[in-house]
Design a protein around this ligand. Sequence first.
Ligand SMILES: NC(=O)c1ccc[n+]([C@@H]2O[C@H](COP(=O)([O-])OP(=O)(O)OC[C@H]3O[C@@H](n4cnc5c(N)ncnc54)[C@H](O)[C@@H]3O)[C@@H](O)[C@H]2O)c1
Length: 329
Amino acid sequence: MVEAWLVDGLVGGLAIGLRLTCRWADYLDCTGIAAILSAKTYLMDNFTSKTAVITGAGSGIGRQLALRSAAEGMHVVVADIEVPPMEETAALIAEAGGGGEKALCVQTDVTDAKSVQALADTAFEWRDGVHLLCNNAGVFVGGLMWERTIADWEWVMAVNVFGIVHAVNAFVPRMLEQDEEAHIVNTSSMGGMVSASFSGPYFTSKFAAVGLSECLAHDLATVEAKIGVSVLVPSLISTNIGSSTRNRQEAFANTPGHETSDSGRSIEEVLVMSVAEAGLDPAVAADKVFAGVKAGDFYIPTNDTYDTQIQMRYEDILTRQLPRVPPID
Ligand SMILES: NC(=O)c1ccc[n+]([C@@H]2O[C@H](COP(=O)([O-])OP(=O)(O)OC[C@H]3O[C@@H](n4cnc5c(N)ncnc54)[C@H](O)[C@@H]3O)[C@@H](O)[C@H]2O)c1
């Protein structure tokens, strides 16, 4: 039961106060803001014979996360919107010694809540549990913000943000119910930690992925769940991210002639070139994920430049300035 009432705010405005008589009262202070009881995420370090679900597993980082999960002795649900690359990932797992029964392909569109529910149904039924969930599917949309269409924004938010929200709703209640050690890894980006020009839609979605991951970790810690959370923060990785539009669904299509803008096209070309020339091997990113999860790290950056980039940002925030754009490698 929550009783709400209006009180005078300190600056003469109105604020809403909450009096809680529900079972969560111990966790909340009188203004309804969660009190921080513990800032530590749950640590999972045994993966053998457990089950992993990886979205966006047909390519790039997701494929390497799937292969690395199999190498850890896990059974892997390989989920992607694109079928042939997803099947290739499963074949690579079999070739690497996993055999045909180590991977299960489930075509999934993470923008569709029903599709993600169906993925969860299949995954939980397959091996009687899910212990590692990597919400990794992602797409890039860049360009000057005001030049990108509402359909552009809806698409990038649907994949990069709602893709994770759908999985939280579909998987977490059942992960809580199974009451076994588990971990969730959400792929954000260095673009979720620092800002820059020409990447508004993508960076905005990745900032949201960071915020929702932190809140999820706090919620899980509050209910003392055996489920940890980490955020993967990749810098440039050599993948197919620069050709994300290959997977753009009809529902998010732009009207003919408005497919992109000049600035959008230019930044996508720069991205394709940069990841090809300077991108890290995605297998290294997957190794960092397992090392980070085993160490109990919440933030898992792929590059050592992370420290300087984060430091610059928070120095500027503390001096009330627009954060500088750090060199992003
Ligand atoms: N490559 C980089 O430099 C870089 C940097 C920072 C963050 N990231 C993030 O890493 C993640 C993986 O991307 P990547 O670089 O491996 O790119 P990628 O294009 O190689 O792989 C992305 C995968 O997601 C799948 N996908 C796209 N839309 C989907 C949907 N609606 N439902 C299910 N699957 C879908 C694609 O088919 C593809 O297999 C993304 O979240 C991306 O934003 C990448």
